[in-house]
Design a protein around this ligand. Sequence first.
Ligand code: MG
Length: 158
Amino acid sequence: MVRTGIGYDSHRLEAGRALILGGQRIPFDKGLVGHSDADAVAHALTDAILGAAAAGDIGKLFPDSDPEWKDADSLQLLREACELVRYRGFIPRQADITIIAERPRLGSYFPAMAEALSRATGIPVTSLGLKAKTNEGMGFVGRGEGIAVIAVATLESS
Ligand code: MG
């Protein structure tokens, strides 16, 4: 049996924070704000994988009221979510991710992001799609106030 899940995440951009996406530290004058490292790529993918298994969501598993997840490495949260779905009998097989950001340009970081996401999920890099789009200047993304990510993941019954 094949199951599909969708995940969405967004975080505000602020000066004085590191920009971390897909586990990569990306040089930029702003970074994403959050309780964890605010890696919206890891968060959207985590929700897609959890959603495919009907296993809740990232906020339920790793509540931001819990000091344990303060500045947490979101790849570790992704790894733990994959362990949970494996325990429930599902194997992550494939994911497709779209990052919506007006700046910076992200394409050159995709190979490193795919490697990191592959290590965390067990999904082969050849089955991890990564894309980036601007929002054509519209809305909070267009104004450079934040970054949004949409992810879809496919799991197979083990
Ligand atoms: Mg998030």
